[in-house]
Design a binder for this molecule. Sequence first.
Ligand code: ADP
Length: 221
Amino acid sequence: MRIILLGAPGSGKGSVAECLRSVYGFPKISTGDLLREAVRGRTPLGLKAEAQMGKGGLVDDATVLALLRERLAREDCRNGYTLDGFPRNLSQAESLEKLGSAGPEVVFEIQAGEEVILQRLSNRRTCPSCEAIFHLLNKPPKKDGLCDVCGTPLVQRADDRPEVIAERLKTYHAKTEPLIAHYAAKGTLFKVDGNGNVEATFAQLREVLDSVLDRAKRSRD
Ligand code: ADP
């Protein structure tokens, strides 16, 4: 199964993708994580991407596609995966359709209000080493300022500063939101409420996925 998560920055895509990995075993493919890894590695692609990310705009399609193509070719993606942060515009959606499929496509739009989003992003702290995500109020690390998973000091992402957040939301509305109509027309879109906690959001996805998986199984039998 190929799961695509749409939703504004801070809507909870990354956290939900993590739940999908632990419950269904679908690897979480986050183009944001792939890009940050390239930036940290100072690769030519990373150096090119860094400036675009810092301003809250999109990295160019060719760069993102090169990273994604390589990641999807790995063995763990053979039976399905969750895409977090891709596609982000119509041309990326078209490229994805050409990349081959791994079972049925299910797209979720995670809807969250702007106030909820701003509260989440401004309190978010991330681990620069393993990309684990924390929230100063709702999910603080066990040891102040340190990652629970690997002990690395947590940071605030450069693009989680208020002025860049505003730009990212603008980019989302202008470039990514049109994808909602695209997938609705294809009949693969499901809308879920992302204003509650991760468990509440994930419960809605599970209901949809379990019925899609059940239908796929019955049509095979
Ligand atoms: P968020 O969804 O919270 O904005 P991400 O980690 O998904 O965070 O993305 C961070 C940044 O990486 C984006 O603002 C953008 O600059 C870049 N990026 C991530 N995915 C893509 C993509 N599919 N196409 C272009 N740029 C991307």
